[in-house]
Design a protein around this ligand. Structure first.
Ligand code: XLS
Ligand code: NI
Ligand code: NI
Length: 437
């Protein structure tokens, strides 16, 4: 059965095409820096937003119909969603998907039944993957929606709830491995606290790390060779979340010896919620060898929450792609953790969201590659630190000096003079010239 009637395969037609259901910039076969665009940009569909979310917000109910001809909450609906999802991915040329366990099947009252349903759906999805060549980017367990997780999952005060979280992770890992997923994500939406007055922070951190340790051990024991990811976010839903930002998550992973098995999944909107930029978070991940995957979306600057808009900001996508290219690329991909606005409630809007996001990152890739090929930014940065290439600077670089020698050197100089200009305006001008020419 065809779900998106009247919408064919979305093709590259160029920016001048008047066709709203065509790519203006994403040209999968085009070579950029010696690699196909589609290889630079392994895009993924987020099962939850695209196939499950119907526009509900805090103040109003569904605006979009995602029943796909079946009754929501049934296994028929679960399979209809999968069929619609694979049709959607085939038509947009998206080669990967990401999922939470309970995006795939309706959760049952008992965990054994949920697991049985997951087994059925895994078989069903495997057949669709075989037919289409579409692959799984990453899987995860939803450890925040069910009321049992109101005090957290790995950081819950209840040992029984902790055990349920473990059961869900174990099964989500089984499913991810069966689907050949590249990664497995931990997003700690409820792993934090509302008030310190009821919180044993040390215990919660230790318990959360132990749950991740057990997940790594189990995953490796069943043949999972991909990366585990932490997806940092500072708050929402909890007032304070432990995986605040990239730097905090990296410190946590190192403290508990998890850094060999984990990388980061950086979400643009989470970066801005943490008071950073998307590119800042990517740089922190990259310089620490933790550049894993990306949740591609964007926030609404003046709102303080995770609005999960489809990315449309080309300068930001360019800065992000610059960081990713310079950081050696992702081990994961670009998951559109994004939803159409509440009022964009037609099937066509679903396609337009992905077209916008894919075109934005395609442009970002093209422009970031142009900046790299241009070379002026690189040359400036190299020149800016040139003082560390010779003389006393070389000694510092080689770690061959001491505080005493440096103090003697400083005294002999009298004054260091003024360091060279940072040239920020000049560099932004170069950035703009490349971006808009
Ligand atoms: C929520 C998160 C979530 C994760 C997966 O803010 O972005 O969607 O990506 O659990
Ligand atoms: Ni996300
Ligand atoms: Ni998010």
């Amino acid at each position: 059965m065809e779900f998106f009637k009247g919408i064919g395969r979305i093709r590259y037609e160029g920016a001048d095409s008047g066709n709203p259901l065509a790519f203006g910039f994403y040209d999968p076969e085009r070579a950029v820096l010696g690699k196909k665009m589609k290889e630079h940009l392994p895009f993924a569909m987020a099962w939850w937003h695209n196939l499950c979310a119907c526009g509900t917000d805090m103040f109003g109910r569904d605006t979009a119909d995602k029943s796909f001809g079946a009754k929501p909450g049934t296994m028929e609906h679960a399979t209809a969603k999968a069929d619609a999802g694979f049709e959607f991915m085939s038509k947009t040329g998206i080669e990967y998907f990401c999922f939470h366990d309970v995006d795939l099947v309706p959760e049952a009252d008992c965990i054994a039944e949920t697991e049985r349903r997951l087994d059925v759906m895994t078989d069903y999805i495997l057949a669709l993957m075989k037919d289409t060549g579409i692959k799984c980017l990453w899987g995860t367990a939803n450890l925040f929606g069910n009321p049992r997780y109101m005090n957290g999952a790995g950081t819950s005060n209840s040992a029984d709830v902790y055990a349920f979280a473990a059961a869900q992770i174990k099964k989500a890992l089984d499913v991810t491995v069966r689907l050949g997923g590249r990664g497995y994500v931990f997003w700690g939406g409820r792993e934090g606290y509302e008030t310190l007055l009821n919180t044993d922070m040390r215990r919660e951190l230790d318990n959360m790390a132990y749950l991740m340790r057990m997940a790594v051990d189990y995953g490796r024991s069943i043949g999972f060779e991909g990366d585990f990811y932490i997806e940092p976010k500072p708050r929402e839903p909890m007032a304070h979340q432990y995986d605040f930002d990239a730097a905090t998550a990296i410190g946590f992973l190192r403290e508990y010896g998890l850094d060999k098995d984990f990388k980061l999944n950086i979400e643009a909107n989470h970066a801005t919620l943490a008071g950073h930029t998307f590119e800042h978070e990517l740089r922190v991940a990259a310089v620490n060898g933790m550049l894993g995957s990306v949740d591609a979306n964007q926030g609404t600057a003046h709102l303080g929450w995770d609005t999960d808009c489809f990315p449309c900001d080309v300068p930001t996508a360019t800065r992000a792609m610059y960081e990713i290219l310079r950081g050696g690329g992702l081990t994961g991909g670009f998951n559109f953790d994004a939803k159409t606005r509440r009022a964009s409630n037609t099937p066509e809007d679903m396609f337009k969201g992905y077209i916008l996001g894919m075109d934005t990152f395609a442009l970002g890739l093209i422009k970031a590659a142009a900046i790299i090929e241009d070379g002026r930014l690189d040359a400036f940065v190299r020149g800016r630190y040139a003082s560390f290439g010779s003389g006393i600077g070389k000694k510092i670089t080689d770690r061959k000096t001491s505080l005493t020698e440096l103090a003697d050197y400083a005294r002999s100089l009298g004054s260091p003079g003024r360091p060279s200009s940072g040239n920020e305006e000049g560099l932004e001008e170069i950035f703009n010239k490349i971006l808009y020419s």
